[in-house]
Design a protein around this ligand. Structure first.
Ligand code: SAH
Length: 385
């Protein structure tokens, strides 16, 4: 498969994606095929996985030749597991394979104690032999009690793959209890948003707990990830979320840890506006909203949303108070986010120290020169007066 100079340059700069517009010659390539990527003069650049439907036409899998994709996938999974052995501590729940960042584009695997969750996002990874290698390697290396597949129906449709239901792929067990930083959570592989828990925030939970004190508010709390980490350090914790099922699970998680927290079902924007107007005060506030900017076009609106939330929270903090503020919108860069939070601080006329500027946990690695592998921002600020 021949690529334009722009496509070839991207691959040489170690970006794994080439867009359809940069493919200049491709003869009858079937969906999900393994292709040899060539530059315009026919020089071999590496091996890639082809998608017949995505705008990202090929994703690099190796800079050499590949004879057996299932074998290579097994080897890469073993390497991803070994990488985490060095880096992941204080948890039995973490990401094992993070797609491009583990040189396995289109494959995500999470570990929740003895239950593993697999997501398949591309035609090539959906092949029966590849699926077989994934399940077998995970069984050999990690001896799980169950492996579930979580299906994103929209992604399968975009990849023109036949619809599938989320289900057990192997074993009997799809739900369990996990431990992150000594805090326990229920996990159900066949329920919940995303892959069922926000593993990327795990190290941020521990960091937030280090500074948390007094009365705490966790806005957009989901199943209580931050709230339950703050509880041992705070006199009271209130979690707010618009999803009732998420709060029901948060309450179960609180019981599992022998904690009593307050959960409020509602719109966090409205609640922060009301509380700020009523001069409510807190010592610790966490803001972890869903991605506001799903596409680049939403950027301005998203920045407006972040500004409003941060402004209200900043008004309500007592002196010495802690703000933990997050953004998981890929289209909002780290610099954009810092700027919008700084802008909110200017408007409330208060001084904040930036105590920590953080990202996703280390089991969600970011590849340098592949900005698409980085999305989560988490700032920890302390108001001085
Ligand atoms: N902090 C959580 C993850 C938050 S995900 C954790 O660490 O586990 C974002 C959450 O925001 C979801 O639970 C979603 O239900 C909730 N949400 C979305 N819009 C909301 C709104 N307007 N008000 C309150 N919660 C909202």
């Amino acid at each position: 498969m021949k690529l334009s100079t722009r496509g070839a340059t991207r691959l040489q700069a170690r970006h794994p994606w080439v867009y359809r517009s940069d493919i200049i010659e491709a003869n009858d390539v079937p969906p999900g095929a393994i292709v040899r990527a060539l530059d315009q003069r026919g020089k071999f650049l590496g091996t890639a996985l082809y998608s017949s439907s995505s705008q990202i036409a090929i994703r690099m899998i190796s800079h050499g030749s590949v004879t057996d994709l299932p074998d290579l996938v097994a080897e890469r999974i073993r390497a991803a597991i070994a990488y985490r052995k060095e880096l992941v501590t204080n948890t039995d729940a973490y990401r094992i394979v993070f797609s491009e960042a583990d040189f396995l584009p289109g494959l995500i695997v999470d570990r929740y104690s003895d239950v593993l969750s697999v997501q398949i996002l591309t035609q090539a990874m959906d092949a029966a032999l590849v699926r077989g290698a994934v399940v077998q390697t995970l069984r050999e290396e990690l001896q799980p009690a169950g492996i579930v597949e979580r299906v994103d129906a929209r992604i399968r449709e975009l990849e023109q793959l036949p619809p599938l239901a989320s289900r057990l792929l192997w074993g009997e067990k799809s739900s369990t209890v996990i431990d992150m930083n000594g805090v326990r959570f229920h996990y159900d592989g066949l329920e919940g948003q995303k892959t069922g828990a926000f593993l990327d925030q795990r190290e941020n939970y521990a960091a937030a707990a280090q500074y948390a004190h007094g009365e705490a508010l966790d806005a957009f709390c989901y199943q209580g990830g931050f709230a339950l980490h703050l509880a041992p350090k705070c006199s009271s914790v209130t979690g707010v979320d618009s999803s009732r099922p998420a709060l029901e699970m948060a309450e179960k998680n609180a019981a599992l840890n022998g904690r009593e927290l307050e959960w409020i079902e509602g719109n966090a924007f409205d609640l922060l506006r009301e509380y700020a107007a009523a001069h409510r005060r807190y010592d610790t506030i966490v803001l972890d909203p869903p991605a506001f900017a799903k596409t680049r076009r939403d950027l301005e609106k998203a920045l407006g949303g972040y500004k409003e939330l941060n402004l209200r929270a900043m008004k309500m903090l007592r002196p010495g108070g802690i703000l933990v503020t997050c953004s998981c919108s890929f289209h909002v860069s780290g610099a954009d986010f810092l700027e919008v939070v700084a802008d909110a601080a200017r408007d409330v006329h208060r001084s904040f120290r930036l105590v920590e500027n953080r990202g996703a946990a280390k089991d969600h690695p970011m590849l340098l020169n592949v900005p698409e592998t980085s999305y989560l921002k988490c700032l920890i600020l302390m108001v001085s007066n």
